[in-house]
Write a protein that binds this ligand. Sequence first.
Ligand code: FES
Length: 97
Amino acid sequence: MKKKYKLIKSFKDLPFREWINDKIEVYVFENNGKIKAINGICPHYYGEIELDKRNEELKCNFHHMKICPKTLISNNKKFKKIEEFKIISSAPIVIEA
Ligand code: FES
């Protein structure tokens, strides 16, 4: 069952990372006017996922897996889609994970 988690940071801090319950590192970012909250840890080998400098692509810092920020689908066949958390409130930001 999913729980609701209130994040400390806000949309003015975008993009940002925040741990919830020392278990999930949430990465919150904006792309083309849409705010998304994803699991910021790569499913391949736990690298950090973040937007590139031009805000056009999500990338893993370890082995450079690329992820479309719109669809969250990666270029790695084994780890097709990155986990996304539903944002259920914006001020404060509350996600469901
Ligand atoms: S840890 Fe992310 S691609 Fe390997």
